[in-house]
Design a protein around this ligand. Structure first.
Ligand SMILES: Nc1ncnc2c1ncn2[C@@H]1O[C@H](COP(=O)(O)OP(=O)(O)OP(=O)(O)O)[C@@H](O)[C@H]1O
Ligand SMILES: [Mg+2]
Length: 290
């Protein structure tokens, strides 16, 4: 399902003196089969935007279509399709592990499944829970553990499994790697990539402040600033704008800083900013000098 937003705007507390224009005309297309990164400084509207995708925040102004569902259309027919929308767009909020509540990992994940598939048999439930936990890198040994006894990263994987078990087509995650150590960040992003590459989900959308992880894993990136998309494209197209990115109070991947430093020394290399490509291009450059 393709997502197309055109001039999408949203204001919180519209009628009060505390009103905030959170989205001020977002125009953006997210293709199916893509790992899409949304970046932007704090308060730029990222969370507000993604909450539109499954109808949590209604379209107020502008247009938004998710697949063939036109969310700007407020007719009864479209309202009826909200259930379908919620089942197709799985939303993982920031720090989802805070919402784990059951006594065991199994129960926590099964809760999500039962909500969406109330008529499924116990066997089907068991199969779905085990399979989903395995997809999130958690083996059967975790099934009967209390979520409270797991590490932060494992808890987060259980929480994501609780959404994934509902079999969404589009998985949206608000800052999935926030607060994880560098290895944990990398592993979680790679797990999401595998979900996409193996067709478990058709689209992954992540909001992230981690430029390195976005660059390494995303196919496309949109940069939000003051409720608008100010830069978008492949990570290469976006991160080559290191000056604009720093003006937006955002950084670039570490390879971007290194490229700029090399450039000051007169060494120009054309990289896509992934670590592997960077190393390859630098080695190539020095081999050619010899
Ligand atoms: N429930 C709310 N009520 C009022 N204002 C809100 C609400 N949620 C967000 N805002 C405001 O809307 C603007 C956009 O917020 P949003 O949470 O979408 O930003 P964000 O890009 O996700 O930021 P962060 O990186 O800090 O998570 C901010 O100015 C914020 O203060
Ligand atoms: Mg946010």
């Amino acid at each position: 399902m393709r997502i197309v937003a055109e001039n999408l705007s949203f204001t919180y507390n519209k009628k009060s003196k505390f009103k905030v224009d959170a989205l001020a005309g977002v125009t953006l297309t997210i293709e199916e089969d893509s790992f899409f990164g949304i970046i932007g400084h704090t308060g730029s509207g990222k969370s507000t935007f993604i909450q539109h995708l499954n109808g949590l925040i209604p379209v107020e102004k502008g247009s938004l279509t998710v697949g063939d569902i036109n969310l700007a259309d407020k007719s009864k027919i479209v309202k009826k399709r909200y259930k379908e929308l919620r089942s197709k767009v799985g939303m993982v909020f920031q720090y989802p592990e805070y919402q784990l509540f059951a006594e065991t990992v199994y129960e926590d994940v099964a809760f999500g499944f039962r909500n969406f598939f109330p008529d499924a048999s116990k066997e089907e439930e068991k199969k779905a829970v085990f399979q989903t936990l395995a997809l999130m890198g958690l083996g059967a040994e975790y099934i009967n553990q209390s979520p409270l006894d797991l590490s932060g990263g494992q808890k987060r994987r259980v929480a994501i499994a609780g959404v994934l078990v509902t079999k969404p087509e589009i998985l949206v995650l608000d800052e999935p790697v926030a607060g994880l150590d560098p290895v944990g960040k990398n592993e979680l992003m790679k797990t999401l990539r595998v979900l996409l590459d193996n067709g478990v989900v058709k689209t992954v959308i992540v909001v992230s402040h981690d430029m390195d992880e976005v660059c390494e894993n995303c196919d496309s990136v949109a940069v939000f600033s003051e409720g608008r998309v100010v830069l978008s494209g492949s990570p290469k197209e976006v991160f080559k704008n290191s000056k604009e990115m720093s003006e937006l109070r955002l950084g670039v991947p570490v390879t971007g800083y290194l490229k700029d430093e090399l450039s000051k020394m007169g060494v120009e290399i054309d990289v896509d900013f992934t670590r592997d490509d960077f190393v390859e291009k630098v080695v190539e450059y020095y081999k050619n000098i010899k």
